[in-house]
Design a protein. Structure first.
Ligand code: A3P
Length: 318
């Protein structure tokens, strides 16, 4: 397992079982002390919870539905991930992209943005900027997803973005031992779930976005206190812009710009393989049924029960 995920060499335990790339140390203090503005909007999530999808919606709501700008400026620039510099630091192509695009590191880049800032982080509650947790003024939107689909999605993402060399079964075992990047998705979710009624926090489930996106968009607009009176047509336009078939082809959000910087990767992967691992991959609820054997399902259910034993949180799995 250590070999599969390079844990020994490249990763550190950042507390409460949260595993992060070693380079996180270089920016952890900057993140802790990151200056928060009252009108900041933070999208927080464990990876693969539909954050890219929700981010695009939040950004459009906060930017008067400026579809043209959304199309031409890459999402990571409009709406950067605070710890991005640590995530791709051991891959030269991606690290260079961050350096070139962000003119330094991702935290400094976020710091230099003009208001209103839309920011994203996958960091767990205990690693968030102190001021964000203390002042309860900036808006936080947390999105979560049923852990079975999430782990299937994260497995494919790690193959794509981190050149992980690991079978799905081994990845599940790593997850059950809280040894995947960012740690346990459920431990990540719980502190946000417990604070879901705090006035600056909105808690959203991926499965609810799939079920009724217009309702979620209206909830987000209310939470962001946007001035524009949203018409049904506005909602339809947003839903159309962010629908899966469009998002997967939209190079402003589908990460191709970053992933395909690696020429070797670009030449070695064929389109069939790429379709299996691509960043905006399948976009459905219940894909876990194509990957979970009954043995995996049994141990995963036990793990979920154990992780959620002190909570009334539930998920939809189909
Ligand atoms: P799958 O791998 O199951 O397809 P994140 O952005 O937090 O990393 O989440 C990625 C997951 O959200 C991926 O799940 C991705 O396909 C899905 N996703 C992205 N855009 C989507 C959309 N417009 N509709 C539905 N799912 C979407």
């Amino acid at each position: 397992l250590d070999r599969a995920f390079h844990i020994k060499n490249n990763f550190i335990d950042a507390g409460h079982g949260c595993i992060l790339p070693k380079r996180y140390r270089d920016i952890s203090e900057q993140i802790k002390n990151f200056d928060i503005r009252t009108d900041d909007v933070f999208l927080c999530s464990f990876p693969r919870s539909g954050s890219t999808w929700l981010q695009e919606i939040l950004w459009l709501l906060g930017n008067n539905l400026d579809f043209s700008k959304a199309r031409v400026i890459i999402q990571q620039v409009r709406n950067p991930t605070l710890e991005l510099s640590a995530l791709f630091s051991d891959d030269k192509n991606k690290a260079d992209w961050i350096k070139d695009t962000m003119k330094g590191n991702s935290v400094e880049f976020a710091h230099s943005m003009t208001s209103q800032r839309f920011l994203k982080t996958h960091l767990p509650w205990h690693l968030l900027p102190d001021k964000l947790k203390r002042e309860n003024s900036a808006k936080i939107i947390y999105t979560t997803r049923n852990p079975k689909d999430q782990i299937v999605s994260f497995y494919h993402y790690c193959l794509l973005a981190h050149q992980m060399d690991c079978s799905f079964e081994d990845f599940i075992d790593l997850c059950l031992e809280d040894k995947i990047v960012y740690g346990s998705p459920l431990k990540h979710m719980l502190p946000f779930y417990d604070r879901r009624n705090q006035q600056n926090i909105l808690f959203i489930k991926y499965e609810d976005m799939k079920k009724d996106l217009p309702a979620i968009i209206r909830q987000c607009a209310k939470h962001l206190e946007i001035k524009r009176e949203l018409t049904n047509r506005d909602i339809e336009e947003i839903c159309d812009y962010v629908k899966f078939e469009k998002m997967e082809k939209n190079s402003s959000v589908n990460l191709e710009t970053i992933v395909f910087r690696d020429q070797e990767f670009k030449t070695n992967i064929d389109s069939e393989q790429y379709n299996k691992v691509k960043f905006i991959r399948k976009g459905c609820v219940g894909d876990w049924q194509n990957y979970f054997t009954s043995e995996i399902n049994e141990k995963f259910d036990k793990w979920i029960e154990e992780q959620l034993k002190s909570s009334d949180m539930t998920f939809d799995y189909v």
